[in-house]
Design a protein around this ligand. Structure first.
Ligand SMILES: [Zn+2]
Length: 442
């Protein structure tokens, strides 16, 4: 293993995470094939693109320069969650037409490819981007077009054609909002206007249900790679129970489910995501072990049983360390993050960015921070990285997914051998190295 604290030359400037040291060396972490399963489109724009798009659409930004925006909006640290979310008030409105969405999706895929990420699931709330004459299906089509352009370009590159690197694959996750106001977007303004007398929680449920119908139609009729349904937005005070109809509809139509939970509320929110919304994965899950505040009779036992259930059912936690550090002041050091305990307890975890711009991070940065703070031996690092591919909501068929994961594992082992990152001594019955008999699905 090599030690390096030198960020590579093509990294964006002035990011706290970029250049995070790691015992593995950043070169190795960049070279291995990686995933990002929790990645918000509207939190991951390039700054220059945001400025250009805002200018072309008459949207006023607090600064016209990348440096100014980094100082005022997309900061290294935030006071609290509302401060963190402030940036979305600028990024979301610029994504209001096909050209903007296609471009931002394309650039997001290109930026991921540049740091060795080979599979992403891009999430966003389509209803935030809907305008008169620009409906949910068109929003999804525009994003798919951008991602597919990057995929095709990468597929035609010598890396894939001649050197056998794994191709780029992606899926789209659509987010329903736990809560919205008229100021969020024209769609919500109209809906709240039309249903002004209704209890707001019912209006949230109607919006979710409408979205579930639209995205399943887009998947089935247009063949768009919509792979999952998500619930995002203010967690405390806005329980999953408002969205049961939409998630049940998604479940019955074989759309997978991931739910933001355990970020701003405790273990009970995670429990509801799993039991009421049939979540296959959990976004964040950071408060999974927080027994304090649990209303159950025996909070410690409740937390233990819940985390055992999650581990046993292989419900994957999409861990976003930097984002959590920025919104949860009690996490002072990376070592305070529950990722360490999640790994010790053998939970199914995958390391994600959440928002590349708002959190000023990359997948490589996240892996660097995790491997620097926690004792993650080579075999375990390999498991975590490969796990992202295995637990993805792959858009193709299951046999195709297995073949893809197999290709990724072989390539990972090849990169590890080239970098001298030897796996640990194998456990009984397991082969070493690239010829490993490991199943691509386990
Ligand atoms: Zn998120």
């Amino acid at each position: 293993m090599q030690t390096s604290s030198t960020p590579s030359a093509n990294k964006p400037p002035a990011s706290d995470g970029h250049g995070a040291t790691t015992p593995y060396g950043r070169d190795f972490l960049e070279a291995v094939p990686k995933t990002d399963l929790h990645l918000h489109l509207d939190g991951s724009l390039r700054l220059e693109t945001l400025i250009e798009l805002a200018r072309g659409r008459g949207i006023k930004l607090p600064s016209e320069t990348p440096e100014g925006l980094l100082e005022l909006v997309f900061k290294e640290s935030y006071r609290d969650l509302p401060d963190y979310l402030h940036g979305f008030a600028y990024t979301s409105p610029v994504l209001c037409d096909e050209e903007a969405l296609e471009r931002v999706a394309y650039e997001l895929a290109v930026d991921n490819l540049a740091e060795g990420v080979r599979y992403i699931e891009v999430r966003f709330a389509p209803q935030l981007h809907v305008r008169e004459g620009f409906e949910v299906a068109q929003v999804l089509t525009a994003v798919d077009k951008g991602l597919d352009r990057a995929r095709r370009e990468h597929e035609a590159s010598p890396a894939v054609r001649e050197r056998g690197e794994p191709p780029f694959r992606y899926g789209i996750i659509t987010c329903a909002m736990r809560l919205f106001t008229a100021g969020f977007a024209p769609y919500y303004e109209q809906l709240l206007g039309a249903l002004g007398q209704w209890p707001s929680k019912e209006v949230y449920g109607i919006a979710s249900m409408s979205l579930a119908r639209s995205v399943i139609e887009a998947r089935d009729d247009l063949g768009l790679p919509v792979v999952a349904f998500d619930l995002a937005g203010a967690e405390a005070g806005n329980p999953p129970s408002d969205h049961v109809d939409a998630f049940t509809f998604a479940h019955r139509n074989f759309l997978k489910k991931t739910v933001h939970a355990g970020e701003a509320y405790g273990p009970e929110s995670i429990f509801q995501a799993i039991t009421l919304l049939n979540a296959d994965r959990i976004g964040h899950g950071t408060r999974l072990f927080d027994a304090a505040g649990v209303k159950a009779e025996a909070p410690e036992r409740y937390v233990r049983q819940l985390s055992e259930y999650i581990a046993d059912r292989r419900i994957t936690i999409e861990v976003c360390v930097t984002s959590n550090m920025q919104t949860m002041p009690h996490l002072r050091r990376v070592e305070d993050h529950p990722l360490g305990r999640m790994l010790r307890d053998r939970l199914s975890v995958t390391v994600c960015t959440d928002n590349r711009l708002v959190s000023r991070t990359t997948v490589t940065d996240e892996l660097a921070k995790a491997t620097d703070a926690f004792d993650i031996p080579p075999q375990e690092l390999r498991n975590v990285v490969i796990h992202g591919f295995k637990r993805s909501f792959f858009a193709g068929g299951y046999r195709e997914k297995r073949a893809y994961v197999r290709q990724v594992i072989d390539y990972y082992d090849q990169v590890a051998a080239e970098h001298g990152v030897a796996p640990q001594a194998p456990s009984r019955g397991q082969e070493l190295g690239p010829a490993s008999a490991e199943s691509p699905s386990s």
